[in-house]
Design a protein around this ligand. Structure first.
Ligand SMILES: O=C(O)C(=O)C[C@]1(C(=O)O)C=C[C@@H](O)C=C1
Length: 275
């Protein structure tokens, strides 16, 4: 079935690239100005699914996206790891000494921060998404402004690449999650990863005990992220990703965690995409 996918950003953005690669080009794309707007598009049924960046190997977690998934009771049904190569691009005939400002998505700017230490005269400006800046430069014929964006953005908006792969470390990956309103029928044979959320009593060893249960049930923790519980200052909710060989091991751990934690919920069970 042809799906409609909501992405933050426009065509040429990394979200667009993932939507094409994950769904093998068989999707219609709704371009949204913010992550909150992708969630609105899903909730009002304009979109069937969201492709949402959740963490990057250089810049870390996109914490507000954890909160969006949780607060709207959305379900993670898949994940995708993209090799992210950021290029500095501008109108043809511009050289790096002409560039006074570089605009890009905040996560892209974070991933390239070290590169700009050698260019202290360049002002870094946060923008909606990487491709949108490339488009603006082309449409407004902006002199002195460069974008940090993908090869696809440079090609789509006819910009010239001044420097390739300017992120701090060449091996740079962003993990995206595929999010829906409801979970799909689970084929327990092919599911080997899950994302859960829980809260704990503020007492010594409560998190350590949970981690021991996960280990005893043969679950491997791949990520742990805490988020503040805003109603109770300095109390945290834990978002944990686990991988496993057998779905029944995950079910067993979940049954035990239901007794040991509060507000536990499975944010999604899906196929591990990390090779
Ligand atoms: O601006 C884009 O092109 C995006 O798709 C956004 C985004 C992000 O949200 O992290 C996606 C991947 C890269 O890590 C940098 C930016």
């Amino acid at each position: 079935m042809h799906k409609t996918v909501a992405i933050q950003g426009i065509k040429g953005s990394f979200h667009h690239i993932v939507s094409q690669q994950y769904f093998k080009n068989e999707v219609d794309v709704i371009e949204c100005p913010s992550f909150q707007d992708t969630v609105s598009a899903l909730l009002n049924e304009q979109a069937d699914v969201i492709v949402m960046a959740i963490e990057n190997s250089i810049a870390g977690s996109i914490i507000p996206n954890y909160a969006l998934i949780d607060a709207n009771n959305l379900q993670v049904v898949g994940e995708y790891y993209l090799d992210v190569q950021h290029h500095l691009m501008a109108l043809p005939n511009q050289s790096i000494s002409d560039i006074m400002e570089v605009h890009s998505h905040p996560m892209a700017l974070l991933q390239c921060a070290v590169f700009f230490k050698d260019y202290p005269h360049i002002k870094l400006v946060e923008a909606k998404d990487t491709a949108d800046v490339a488009k603006h430069i082309q449409v407004n014929k902006s002199i002195g402004i460069a974008a940090i964006a993908s090869d696809l953005a440079a090609e789509t908006f006819s910009l010239n690449i001044l420097n390739r792969s300017i992120q701090t470390i060449k091996h740079n990956e962003t993990r995206f999650v595929i999010v829906q309103r409801y979970s799909e029928e689970i084929n327990k044979e092919s599911i080997n990863k899950a994302s859960i959320k829980f809260e704990l009593e503020h007492k010594r060893g409560s998190l350590a005990t949970v981690l021991n249960v996960l280990s005893d049930c043969k679950l491997n923790v791949t990520k742990i992220q805490s988020l503040p519980i805003i109603e109770t200052p300095w109390k945290y909710a834990f978002f944990v990703d686990v991988t496993f060989a057998e779905y029944k091991d995950f079910e067993k751990a979940n049954t035990i965690l239901e007794l040991m934690t509060t507000h536990i919920k499975v944010l999604g069970a899906y196929k591990n995409a990390k090779k």
